[in-house]
Design a protein around this ligand. Structure first.
Ligand code: DIG
Ligand code: MN
Ligand code: MN
Length: 390
């Protein structure tokens, strides 16, 4: 009997080289796993059913590599991609590991550091295009501060905008088919990171010279670190037509960025997320930005990758059953969950007469307030569904 939750290329699951390549180092402990070469990552993920891999520039080409070395590495990597039928939908720049970025990259006080960060990003965009990427993620992991006296926060935003505008112009000038996806995080590694949530980024995008080229790459763990409902963040990004990419993982509340296996902690929240992604027609990568527990060997890393995709597909099947569940659908219809297109008070389109009629309308406020909405029963049906009890 074939596994109904076996991933297919058409599911568009992708992993960063840095995710399954994570060696288990943490601030309090050395690496526990050997390096897995990019070609082996490509082969193993393809065998598991993944669609592609994503990368930071330095996940593939070491910092400071010569042009000849860079070209040899890229040539070998492209052969591995071709041999195993794998794509590279997204690329990004490591603007956070090298000490030169200790005061930030695009927002650093030293204009030489800002200029070097833009140079490194342009070269990394070139690499991404060469590998076929059409989405360019920018996570400003070092764009932040410990001592707010070091710069006016308005200056930081201005510098951020200047660099993003410059890079949008570069992509236009090069005639690259590429869009940017900015990724939010509230803190870690900086005490506070600018543009801390997806909401902040959606507002920032509207101040750019080319807002149409820039969207968001929300990450589950990062919005959860801010105590936010990730499903709501994604709903707003989709509403704004700005969900250009997504980082799937999981996170326990109130902790450092855990980048846990997708679905390993927040099952109900991830159920509504998967249901939204599938129902909205989102056709981007289902990208996992996460890594195996430090307890794992290489076999455990591939179990992590397998489980990430499996949980997504199980939740996708649960979402299908939710849509076909007669009891659930009957309740949703009864409570007006998605609206039926009626607009009895004309709120959808202002008119002076409408406003005047509305002001003269009397409402049975107490009767409205007394009405029980039946959400306990509805939510229990969802819990039954997720626990396999219906
Ligand atoms: C961290 O969540 C960041 C980096 O891993 C990378 O720049 C980005 C791409 O998913 N996410
Ligand atoms: Mn993270
Ligand atoms: Mn991420």
């Amino acid at each position: 009997m074939p596994d109904p939750y076996a991933p297919k290329k058409s599911d568009k699951f992708t992993f960063g080289l840095w995710t399954v390549g994570n060696r288990g180092r943490d601030p309090f402990g050395e690496a526990v796993r050997d390096t897995i070469p990019p070609a082996r990552i490509v082969q193993k993920l393809s065998e598991l059913g993944a669609y592609g891999v994503n990368l930071h520039d330095n996940d593939l080409v070491p910092f400071g590599a010569s042009a000849a070395e860079r070209d040899r590495i890229v040539r070998d990597f492209k052969k591995a991609l071709a041999d195993h039928g794998m794509k590279v939908p997204m690329a990004t720049t490591n603007l956070f590991f090298h000490p030169v970025f200790k005061d930030g990259a695009f927002t650093a006080n030293d204009p030489k550091v800002r200029a070097f960060a833009v140079q490194k990003t342009m070269r990394s965009i070139d690499l991404g295009v060469e590998l076929g990427a059409t989405v360019y993620v920018m996570w400003g992991g070092r764009e932040g501060v410990e001592a707010d006296a070091c710069r006016d926060a308005r200056e930081a935003i201005k510098r951020y905008r200047e660099c993003v505008n410059f890079l949008c112009e570069y992509v236009l000038d090069q005639r690259y088919e590429m869009r940017f996806a900015l990724e939010a995080k509230p803190n870690e590694p900086r005490s506070d990171i600018y543009l801390p949530t997806t909401g902040h980024i959606l507002a920032f995008i509207e101040t750019l010279d080319h807002p149409e080229m820039v969207g968001v790459n929300p990450e589950v763990a990062h919005e959860h670190m801010s105590g936010l409902n990730f499903y709501h963040s994604i709903a707003q990004a989709i509403d704004a037509e700005k969900l250009f990419h997504i980082d799937l993982n999981d996170q326990k509340p109130g902790r450092y960025d855990q980048d846990l296996r997708f679905g390993s902690e927040s099952l109900k929240g991830m159920f509504f997320l998967v249901k939204l992604l599938e129902e909205s027609g989102y056709d981007g990568s289902r990208h996992f930005d996460s890594h195996a527990y430090r307890t794992e060997d290489e076999e455990g890393v591939w179990e992590f990758a397998r489980g990430s995709m499996r949980s997504y597909l199980i939740l996708k099947e649960k979402a299908r059953r939710f849509g076909e569940d007669r009891q659930i659908q009957a309740i949703l219809k009864e409570i007006g969950a998605t609206g039926n297109g009626d607009d009895p008070y004309g709120l959808g389109r202002y008119g002076r007469d409408t406003a005047s009629r509305l002001k003269d309308t009397s409402f049975e406020v107490d009767a409205l307030a007394r009405k029980g909405l039946g959400y306990e029963r509805l939510d229990q049906l969802v819990v039954d569904l997720l626990l396999g009890a219906r």
